[in-house]
Design a protein around this ligand. Structure first.
Ligand SMILES: *[C@@H]1O[C@H](CO)[C@@H](O)[C@H](O)[C@H]1NC(C)=O
Ligand SMILES: *[C@@H]1O[C@H](CO)[C@@H](O)[C@H](O)[C@H]1NC(C)=O
Ligand SMILES: *[C@@H]1O[C@H](CO)[C@@H](O)[C@H](O)[C@H]1NC(C)=O
Ligand SMILES: *[C@@H]1O[C@H](CO)[C@@H](O)[C@H](O)[C@H]1NC(C)=O
Ligand SMILES: *[C@@H]1O[C@H](CO)[C@@H](O)[C@H](O)[C@H]1NC(C)=O
Length: 398
């Protein structure tokens, strides 16, 4: 009798404990990460990360990220690894070499830079010669179907493989009719462009062991790989990792195309694009998965939604403050020549008009946000190397 009562009590006790535990788990799931505030505060109080290497992949919204990095560098007086002499990028499409950077000499101790973000083809040992060893490496990827579609419009006149094809669907129906990598390195834009930007062989067969080994390499080197299709979530995660302020990572969309220059592949063409760019497809799938795994590990769904909402609200505020109206403008509509982006291929590349009558301080903030990449690069070059001849970007004014 006694022992049976004791067993009932123990059993009851165990049930209460179980229910309480379940409650606790359930509430934790819905709770903000604020429970761990002390932990987070430590992190937030650490100084912002200022040594950053961004691998700027092609046609992936990377110009917008570049603007964010240029602005941060300028406002924090950081040094940027800029293209040497009259060059406009860091040696692309050749593999990056340290001497492509202004100020780097042959032999002796090399200067180290805080920020590196201009177009280059990744080559780690050479990057390490000019970047400090505590550098934060990150990059951005886009669905290769849309990346290729954008590339086709943008590099229409520049890439031999694209020049003779009537449309991207035509090209994809028999790519080897048009594509021959040994004919020109420019053809790198026509196949597995992101794989190529990472420094790998974009014509390699997509064999499992080869692909896995390269993915592991990227994962080991790059602390973060952003996803263009989830740009705002990407910015939220980037800001947390770099411990930057909200305004540091708010941006307007730069270097976008007008609707007129956006075409859509047929569903069949899309499947062909995935097969033709199989390496990029694997790359994208892998890092899309790991991106979301990282987001989920760090932020509750509610916290993520609220941070994305905060970012969008601030972007709307700055849009109202800075811009004539929120619609991006084509070249003819941009009144200030210095704010006209470089035009290429069949694409209308868009930019912005600033509101008139801004006070000096606001004007400076707004101007930085809408300055196209080549003009911004030239501006930083002039600041950093006042003794050198300035970059010649007069072709932008034609
Ligand atoms: C920026 O840094 C340079 C050297 O890197 C220094 O000479 C200059 O005074 C700094 N300017 C400001 C505003 O901190
Ligand atoms: C990083 O570089 C600093 C000096 O530049 C050096 O003292 C340190 O040992 C290096 N750390 C590693 C892990 O290589
Ligand atoms: C590709 O181009 C190279 C160099 O121009 C040429 O030798 C080769 O025959 C071409 N291959 C094909 C399949 O056309
Ligand atoms: C990327 O990941 C998200 C979240 O898991 C998923 O919804 C989306 O379909 C993925 N995109 C592709 C192209 O696989
Ligand atoms: C604003 O800038 C203009 C021209 O750059 C200058 O003449 C003016 O004094 C500045 N005003 C203030 C309040 O700084």
């Amino acid at each position: 009798m006694l022992s049976s009562l004791g067993a009932t009590q123990r059993c009851f006790g165990a049930i209460v404990l179980l229910v309480l535990t379940l409650f606790l788990l359930a509430s934790l799931q819905h709770m903000d990460v604020t429970v761990f505030l002390p932990l987070l505060r430590d992190q937030a109080e650490a100084p912002p990360i200022t040594n950053v290497m961004f691998l700027k992949t092609h046609k992936t919204a990377s110009s917008t990220v570049l603007n964010i990095l240029f602005r941060f560098a300028e406002t924090h007086n950081l040094s940027v690894a800029l293209p040497a002499g009259s060059r406009l990028h860091l040696g692309y499409p050749w593999l990056f070499l340290a001497r492509y950077v202004e100020g780097v000499k042959q032999g002796g101790t090399q200067p180290r830079f805080n920020v590196m973000c201009n177009h280059l083809r990744f080559n780690l040992p050479e990057v390490q010669k000019v970047m400090p060893n505590d550098t934060f490496y990150f990059s951005i990827l886009r669905n290769p179907v849309f990346q290729l579609e954008s590339s086709f419009i943008y590099y229409r006149d520049y890439v031999p493989a694209f020049r003779d094809a009537a449309s991207l669907d035509t090209f994809l129906a028999s790519p080897l009719t048009y594509y021959n990598r040994s004919r020109s390195l420019r053809n790198a834009h026509a196949r597995n462009n992101m794989w190529f930007d990472l420094g790998f062989d974009s014509d390699a067969p997509a064999e499992e062991s080869y692909v896995r080994a390269r993915l592991a390499e990227v994962e080991q080197r790059f602390q973060l790989v952003l996803i263009a299709e989830h740009f705002d979530e990407s910015m939220v995660l980037l800001r947390r990792r770099l411990r930057w302020q909200l305004d540091d990572i708010v941006s307007f969309r730069l270097n976008s195309r007008s609707q007129r220059s956006v075409t859509r592949l047929t569903p069949e063409g899309q499947e062909r694009a995935k097969r033709w760019c199989a390496l990029d497809w694997r790359l994208y799938q892998h890092f899309n998965r790991s991106f979301w795994a990282q987001v989920r590990a760090e932020l509750s769904p509610r916290r993520l939604r609220s941070e994305v909402a905060r970012l969008r609200a601030r972007r709307r505020e700055l849009t109202a403050l800075c811009l004539q109206d929120s619609k991006p403008k084509d070249k003819q509509q941009i009144t200030d020549r210095r704010l006209r982006p470089y035009q290429s291929g069949d694409a209308d590349i868009l930019g912005y008009n600033l509101r008139r009558g801004l006070d000096n301080q606001t004007l400076q903030v707004c101007q930085r946000m809408v300055t196209p990449e080549l003009q911004y690069m030239a501006h930083l070059y002039a600041l950093q190397f006042p003794e050198k001849p300035p970059k010649d970007i007069s072709f932008l004014e034609e």
